[in-house]
Design a protein around this ligand. Sequence first.
Ligand SMILES: [Zn+2]
Ligand SMILES: [Zn+2]
Length: 377
Amino acid sequence: MGSARADTPPRSNQYPIPDRMKAWVLGGPEELSLVDKPVPQPGPAEVLVRVDAIAVCATDIEIIRHGVPAMIDGGLPFNRGFTPGHEYMGTVVKLGPTVDEFQVGDRVTVEVHAGCGRCQRCREGMYTSCLNYGFRAKGHRANGFSTDGGFAEYAVNSINTLAHIPDEMTDAEATLIVTAGTAMYGLNVMGGVIASEGVVVIGPGPIGLMGVGVAKALGAQPVILTGTRDKRLEMGNRLGADAMINVSREDPVEAVQRLTGGKGVQYVLECSGAPNALNEAARMVNRGGRICLAAFPAEPVPVDLAYLVRNNIYVFGIRGEGKSATHRAAALMAQKRFDAKLIHTHTFPFAEVPTAIRYARERIEDAIKVVVQIRGN
Ligand SMILES: [Zn+2]
Ligand SMILES: [Zn+2]
């Protein structure tokens, strides 16, 4: 009795893999160039992904300019042949030894951090906070941060960082899953029990907007979005926000109190990095409420700690998308529980990665998510 799998003709021949590929690499700060590199080889528990599309993230812009938060073997990522980019999707084209969790031809999206798999945090599922962060000899991988990322034709990924995507989901939409996964992780670390609870999302950037979609899909009520630009707030409305507050016209704390009948909300997901955001969030939550910081101000800021303590308010900070949050976000998007595609505003070909990055950095034409389509679609 042959299994269905054995009856299927092998698909590996459909994906001839060249020895060399084109990849963008980081020279000094702000220096990206398109070079020829060897195609990397997958090891045990890894696959080779043909990168089909990749989204530009604010963190990519940070890395290209300042190096951090990318870190390679304890140092900055400049002039090391490093390829940035971490929000990509593609097709599995080669399996490493022992891999049977995926098949050649599978369409997948990736989460960023494989972690090292051996430290306490990785064992706890907090692989975005790996204690061996950046040390490749200890097995740490975070593509686009400590190992080569997706502004390239091919990338090696740990099987732990892959999620299947449905055929009907476009390449561009699949690149947004990791952003939704970050928002999901923020809701998870605050406790994750959000059906019927009020959630305020501060800041309608990509993570904030996905936070609205995820919170609503999980049953939060009401979901309130705050920001300064009406167009972004309107997009939040289409992603499921029950109320939008334009903070240039209305005090956001008073507005949240008004909208909740003076009760406040249980959770705030802070995605703006505004200097006073934590103080405002503290006055939006009820006693014992929870705040997750997914963005941060450029400079140290004063915080009313006494208010936090007196009101038993919990404050969390997240980095990235741990505890398989990306898989949960992928499931919600596969079920079309919110329309992530709304935040995808621009598309560029592979040769125009610097233009794509400029659009994202300068928010040209109100760019939110800029996607580089490397192949087809
Ligand atoms: Zn990102
Ligand atoms: Zn680790």
